[in-house]
Design a protein around this ligand. Structure first.
Ligand code: LMR
Length: 396
C-alpha cells in the first residue's frame, strides 16, 4: 500500500530547526521557526507558568479524561482575552468556545466546523499568509483563494488592494485575517482599517475567520484584540483561532482554543455541540496541562500580574531588537532603507532577499531563515545584530 507514497521534503519552517541544530558553526543564528528567545538565547518557561506548574504538580489529583470542551476556566480566560470581560456577544450568549490542541488544532477544528455548515466553503487568505494555513484548512476540504495584502516592494500593507479584492468576495465565503503581528510580514491593520474591513464584511456578507496567535506581542493585550472585538460586536458570525504558544510560552504543551460567534444563543448552542462532535471525531479531548496552566494564571491575581509583566518585557525586547537591527543595517548597507522593520510588529518581517541570497546566508554565514526571507526577529540577539547585518550586506 505505501509503495504509492513519495517521500516529502521537510516542512519549510520546522525543517529549518533540524538543519540549524546540525550546523556546527558557533556563530550560527536561528531566525527560522517562530519561537521567542531571551538575551541568553533561550526560550524560557515564563515565571508565572513555572509557579502554576509547581502548584499543579502538588495539587493535581487525577488523570481521568478531560471533557472534550476542555477546562471551563481556560475557556473563560480565552473569552476574557479575546473579547474582554464585558462584550455584547458574550452577554447575548452568542459565543461558543472549545479548548484545542494549540492554535493549529483550532484552525483545523474551525475548518471541519465550516465544512459541516457549508461543504466546500471558500476561504480567502492574505498574500502572503502563514505557510501552514494551506494544509490546515485545505486538507479539511476548504478551497483557498488569495487576496493581496503586503506590498513587497514598498514593505507596507497594501490596504487599497486588499479592500478592492475583499469588495468582490461573495456572501458566505470566509476571509482569514491575522489579529495582530501578521505572520509572515509583520504589517498589521490599524484600528480604522479594522473598522473598514468590518463594514465591508457587513455589506458583502463574508465571514471573518481570525487567526490570533500573537496576542500581546504587538501593541498590548487589549490593543491586539481590537479587530476581533469590534467584529464580534458588529457582525453576526466570526471565528477566532487562539494560540497560547507564544504569549504563555506553552509551545509544546499545545494549548489553544477556537471561539465562535454566531447570530444568537440557540445557534451558539448548535455550534458548541458541533464543536464537541468535531473534537470527538478528531482527537476526543485536548491535552490538559497547558490549558490548566492558563486557567490557573488567569484566575490568580499575582500570577496574572507576573505573566502580564513578563509578556510586556518580551514585547519590549522584540521592539528593541527591531530598532537595533534597523540601525545596524543602516550602517552596513547605507543605500537601502530597512526602517520598515521597526514599524512592523510581532515576531516576523521580510528582509526582501531572493532565495539565492537566503541560501548564501545559510551556507556561508550559518544564518537561518525561511526561503522567502522571513526572519523571526524574536530569535535575534543584540550581540548578533552586527554579524547578521554585515552578512546581509555581503549577500546583497
Ligand atoms: C512559525 O510561523 O514559525 C510558527 O508559527 C511555528 C510554526 O508552527 O510554523
Amino acid at each position: 500500500m505505501f509503495d504509492t507514497l513519495p517521500t516529502l521534503p521537510n516542512d519549510p519552517i520546522l525543517g529549518l530547526s533540524v538543519a540549524f541544530r546540525e550546523d556546527p558553526n558557533p556563530e550560527k543564528v536561528d531566525l527560522g521557526v517562530g519561537v521567542y528567545r531571551n538575551a541568553a538565547g533561550e526560550t524560557p518557561i515564563m515565571a508565572a507558568v513555572k509557579a502554576a506548574e509547581q502548584r499543579r504538580f502538588e495539587n493535581e489529583t487525577t488523570k481521568a479524561y478531560l471533557h472534550p470542551a476542555g477546562y471551563p476556566g481556560a475557556n473563560e480566560a480565552v473569552e476574557d482575552l479575546v473579547y474582554g470581560t464585558e462584550h455584547p456577544a458574550r452577554e447575548q450568549q452568542r459565543v461558543a468556545t472549545l479548548q484545542t490542541p494549540g492554535g493549529c488544532g483550532a484552525l483545523r477544528v474551525a475548518a471541519e466546523l465550516i465544512q459541516r455548515a457549508k461543504p466546500g466553503a471558500r476561504i480567502w487568505v492574505s498574500t502572503p499568509t502563514w505557510a501552514n494555513h494551506v494544509p490546515l484548512l485545505g486538507d479539511a476540504g476548504m478551497e483557498l483563494k488569495e487576496y493581496p495584502y503586503y506590498d513587497f516592494e514598498r514593505h507596507t500593507l497594501d490596504f487599497d488592494a486588499m479592500l478592492a479584492a475583499l469588495g468582490k468576495v461573495p456572501a458566505g465565503d470566509l476571509v482569514l485575517l491575522h489579529a495582530s503581528c501578521h505572520n509572515p510580514c509583520g504589517a498589521d491593520l490599524s484600528d480604522a482599517q479594522w473598522q473598514q474591513v468590518t463594514e465591508l464584511a457587513k455589506a458583502r456578507g463574508f465571514v471573518p475567520f481570525i487567526d490570533m496567535a500573537y496576542q500581546g506581542f504587538g501593541a498590548g493585550l487589549d490593543e491586539d484584540a481590537y479587530g476581533p472585538r469590534i467584529m464580534a460586536e458588529q457582525l453576526t458570525e466570526v471565528l477566532v483561532a487562539v494560540s497560547f504558544s507564544k504569549n504563555f510560552g506553552l509551545y509544546r504543551e499545545r494549548a489553544g482554543a477556537l471561539t465562535v460567534v454566531s447570530a444568537d444563543s440557540s445557534r451558539a448552542d448548535a455550534c458548541r455541540s458541533q464543536l464537541l462532535s468535531v473534537a470527538r471525531g478528531l482527537y476526543s479531548m485536548p491535552p490538559s496541562h497547558g490549558a490548566a496552566i492558563v486557567d490557573q494564571i488567569w484566575h490568580d491575581r499575582g500570577l496574572r500580574q507576573s505573566w502580564n509583566e513578563e509578556l510586556a518585557e518580551m514585547r519590549g525586547r522584540i521592539q528593541q531588537l527591531r530598532q537595533a537591527l534597523v540601525e545596524a543595517l543602516a550602517k552596513a548597507i547605507p543605500g537601502r532603507d530597512f526602517g520598515f522593520i521597526a514599524r512592523e510588529r510581532g515576531m516576523f518581517s521580510f528582509l526582501g532577499l531572493t532565495e539565492a541570497q537566503v541560501a548564501r546566508l545559510r551556507e556561508d554565514f550559518s544564518i537561518y531563515m525561511t526561503d522567502n526571507s522571513r526572519i523571526n526577529v524574536a530569535g535575534l540577539n543584540l550581540d548578533k545584530v552586527d554579524y547578521v547585518s554585515r552578512a546581509i550586506a555581503s549577500v546583497l
